[in-house]
Design a protein around this ligand. Sequence first.
Ligand SMILES: N[C@@H](CCC(=O)N[C@@H](CS)C(=O)NCC(=O)O)C(=O)O
Length: 253
Amino acid sequence: MSLKLYHAEPVANSLKSLIPLKEKGLEFESVYVDLHKFEQHEPWFVKINPEGQVPVLDQDGVIITHTTVINEYLEDAFPDKPLRPADSVGKARMRYWNKFIDEHVMNYVSMWGWHRMIGVIARSIDAGEFERLVARIPLYEQREKWRTARSGFGEADLANATRKINVAVDKVEDQLKSTPWLAGQMFTLADINFFSHCGMMLARMFPDIGTPQRCPRLLDWAERMRARPGVAAALQMPDRTNPALRTFTGEVH
Ligand SMILES: N[C@@H](CCC(=O)N[C@@H](CS)C(=O)NCC(=O)O)C(=O)O
């Protein structure tokens, strides 16, 4: 059996699928895809994932994409050291949180990351070269996102993203008043999802929101996450982000 993960830096979607692999102690080949060099849009990679995005799981030549799908696949294929409750109610709670994070959190934190960081990268490329790079991007939405990053996101969109992040932080804080983890008593894929897309970078990216007064339980939960050997191992995967840009934000992709 061979397992391979194509991924970028340990943040956001790449981190989200690196954590279950490490938590489960699975042997896998790590294939680094350099997003700073737009490798995800090169023909060799688009052959593997026609959407031109990371991460991608390859098990014996079978390709699985989209982190929530990858992570449930890993759960089905490698049920030892479970990261999903065994009972139906627990599963439903975990999937509820995953749906909420995928639909109402991920893109909004990402918008701020793109605004602060990808915008700097996009504006540093001359117009002709930029259009050539954008034309290779398979997904319409990603082409538009790159163009918007270059011209700048609108204030109303950024304000709405901040509102969404505030709602999510309050919702998680509230949940942690009654259970130690998002889906109940057990650490699950839902915790991994929120940590990767918001929890790990909240205090750094949004210092006004991620305060001990506002969300003490969330900050404690993030520390409990980091203390897990699997999470710590995933966070230690190589980070080739230009350090000058990394100071802008924790969210690169
Ligand atoms: N829904 C996808 C989203 C994947 C995604 O947005 N990946 C980002 C990295 S975090 C990416 O490849 N960005 C580069 C690009 O789209 O050009 C998933 O869950 O895997």
